[in-house]
Structure formats: structure tokens, C-alpha cells
Design a protein around this ligand. Structure first.
Ligand code: SF4
Length: 329
């Protein structure tokens, strides 16, 4: 769907969008019998999207490792011994070569991720040049660079950035078990700067980090209560990376993951819900259930920043078996 079509469909549906979801209501959705939850999610999904279409994004790590933050799930934190080496910001030409390859593989959006607490101004100059270059290829652009000031968000907007990713990660209560180096409030503030600059928001979270169902309820309620629903809502399954504090978490129940997707779909009906990290560890049947629950975006490519992701060929084969097609820009 083009940005204009997305905007039109959102404004038509604006009247039905709710930003006052209570935790009790979100909890009641999570607690529905699975068939009833799936039926509701499907009904909402079909009212707003073609259920056979999937938006395809590609994510490139433009600056890997050495991050000063302490996000407990992240192999790129300098605090954990995960074998990820700190690298410099990639050169513009190399980034554009990756973007061309992603476009040729069917991606409509190119996301650039940097392991920073926040970008320095000179780094932002380089990222803005990348955004301009990717945009010139006819792709949508997305970046995830950490916290942003008002001015930085505006500069990115001026360079043509379409989306900015900044996740809430989990519920406000569980958040402090996962990250201590920045607050939930810091995250909300960056989201506000991004929104105020006129950049579309990509914001979601991670499940399987040891949180309770109430925390998943709190996360979805927080996302669905933002002043505007994020245009893109990535729901990630924890990738348990050796060396991180969450490496030994037990494998998360796939059906509870599907429930989380379904509740995101129902509460944020016009948002693109992205089945994000963790697909490599997920059966094709679970992924198919996620699509039935209302997920309508995936990342293509063998890597998500530093963690494995299914090869594009396998994804294409799964899409063909499911009779699903890439969403046109
Ligand atoms: S998630 Fe982002 S901010 Fe947190 S440690 Fe990883 S790279 Fe740094």
C-alpha cells in the first residue's frame, strides 16, 4: 500500500480507532478462547487490509555493536560478551548497494539500524545522506538510531525519512527488569519527537523475556493508548542469544505469541503488524497462524541486525504455499 493509500485508509477508519483501551479490556481479549480471538482478529484485519498481502521490509545494521545501553535481550550491548564486534558506521556506497539488492529481492521498505544510545550530529549527517540515497531508489525508508531530539527528528524528516523505529519493548512495570540505562518516559519522548516531525512511527515490543501475560497486556495497552497508533507495530519473539542476560529463558509458547499478535491487530486495526525477530526459531505453521491473527509484515533477509532470520527464498516459498503476495508500495 502506498503512503497516500495508507493515509487515506487511516483517515477513513479514524472514527473507529480507540486510544482508550483499558488493561481490563485488553486482558479480556487475551483471555478469549483461541477460536473466538482469531475470529475477531480476522474480522478486524479483513476490514482494513487485504489478508493475502504482506508488506516486506529489509533491515540492515549500518553500525553494529559497542552500544553503551544495557538492553538485556541485545547482543549489541557492549556490556555483554556475545561475540558481536563493534564496527564503524558503514560507508554510503555499501549501504546503497544493500538497498538495491533488497529492492531486487522484493522489499519495499529499507530499514537502517545503528547500535547507538542516540546519534551524534556528525553521524546524523551520514545517516541523512543514506536516507536520501535509499529514497532515490524508490524505496520507503526507515531508521532506528536510538533516542532523538526534536532537531534530529526534524533533520531526518527533511532528508526524506518515512518511518522511525523506537520500541516500547514491554510493559512499563517490567521495563526496568530489562533496561536500566534509559526510562520508559525517555522512549515516549522520542516517539513524540518523531511524531511531531511528521515521521511515521514504528513501535512495538518483544515477548518471551520472562514477562507475565499481564505485562503483555500492559505493553499492548501502552501501544494502543499512544496519541496515534504506530503505523507499524513490530511484535518480536525473544531471540535467546548466548552471553546476554536473557540467554537462558525458556522457549516461549508459540500460541501465546499468536495471541499477542491477534490482540495487537484488534486494538490497532489500521496499523501494519510486523512479525519481526524470532521467525528463524518459529515453525511455518506458527508463522501461518500469525498471518491469520493479523500480522501483515515481515523482514526479508538472512539477518536481523545480528540475529538469524529465514532466507528470502524460504520466505518466498512459504508465501507461495499460503497464496500470499507482497504488498505493493
Ligand atoms: S537494543 Fe539498541 S539501544 Fe539497546 S543495547 Fe541494543 S543496540 Fe543498544
Amino acid at each position: 500500500m502506498s503512503l497516500t493509500a495508507e493515509a487515506n485508509s487511516r483517515s477513513q477508519a479514524a472514527a473507529e480507532l480507540r486510544h482508550d483501551w483499558t488493561r481490563a479490556e485488553v486482558r479480556a481479549l487475551f483471555d478469549l478462547p483461541f477460536p473466538g480471538l482469531m475470529f475477531r482478529a480476522q474480522t478486524v484485519h479483513r476490514a482494513h487490509f487485504d489478508p493475502a498481502e504482506v508488506q516486506i521490509s529489509t533491515l540492515l545494521s549500518i553500525k553494529t555493536g559497542g552500544c553503551p545501553e544495557d538492553c538485556a535481550y541485545c547482543p549489541q550491548s557492549a556490556r555483554y560478551d556475545t561475540g558481536v564486534r563493534a564496527e564503524k558506521l558503514m560507508a554510503l556506497d555499501a549501504v546503497l548497494a544493500e538497498a538495491r539488492a533488497a529492492k531486487a529481492a522484493g522489499a519495499s521498505r529499507f530499514c537502517m539500524g545503528a547500535a547507538w544510545r542516540e546519534p551524534k550530529d556528525r553521524d546524523l549527517d551520514a545517516v541523512c545522506a543514506m536516507v536520501e540515497g535509499v529514497k532515490a531508489l524508490g524505496m520507503e525508508t526507515c531508521a532506528t538510531l536510538g533516542m532523538l531530539t526534536v532537531m534530529q527528528a526534524q533533520r531526518l524528516k527533511d532528508s526524506g525519512l518515512d518511518y522511525y523505529n523506537h520500541n516500547l519493548d514491554t510493559s512499563p512495570e517490567f521495563y526496568r527488569e530489562i533496561i536500566t540505562t534509559r526510562t520508559y518516559g525517555d522512549r515516549l519522548q522520542t516517539l513524540e519527537h518523531v511524531r511531531d516531525a511528521g515521521i511515521h512511527v514504528c513501535c512495538g515490543g518483544i515477548v518471551g523475556m520472562g514477562e507475565t501475560r499481564d505485562d503483555r497486556v500492559g505493553m499492548i495497552a501502552a501501544l494502543a493508548s499512544l496519541p496515534e497508533h504506530p503505523e507499524s507495530v513490530p511484535i518480536n519473539m525473544l531471540v535467546r542469544v548466548a552471553g546476554t542476560p536473557l540467554a537462558d529463558k525458556t522457549k516461549f509458547d508459540p500460541l501465546e505469541f499468536v495471541r499477542t499478535i491477534a490482540v495487537a491487530r484488534i486494538t490497532m486495526p489500521c496499523s501494519v503488524v510486523r512479525l519481526s525477530a524470532g521467525r528463524e526459531d518459529m515453525s511455518e505453521e506458527t508463522q501461518a497462524l500469525c498471518f491469520l491473527a493479523g500480522a501483515n509484515s515481515i523482514f526479508y533477509g538472512p539477518k536481523l541486525l545480528t540475529t538469524p532470520n529465514p532466507e528470502s527464498d524460504r520466505d518466498r516459498a512459504l508465501m507461495t504455499r499460503l497464496g500470499m503476495t507482497p504488498m505493493e508500495r
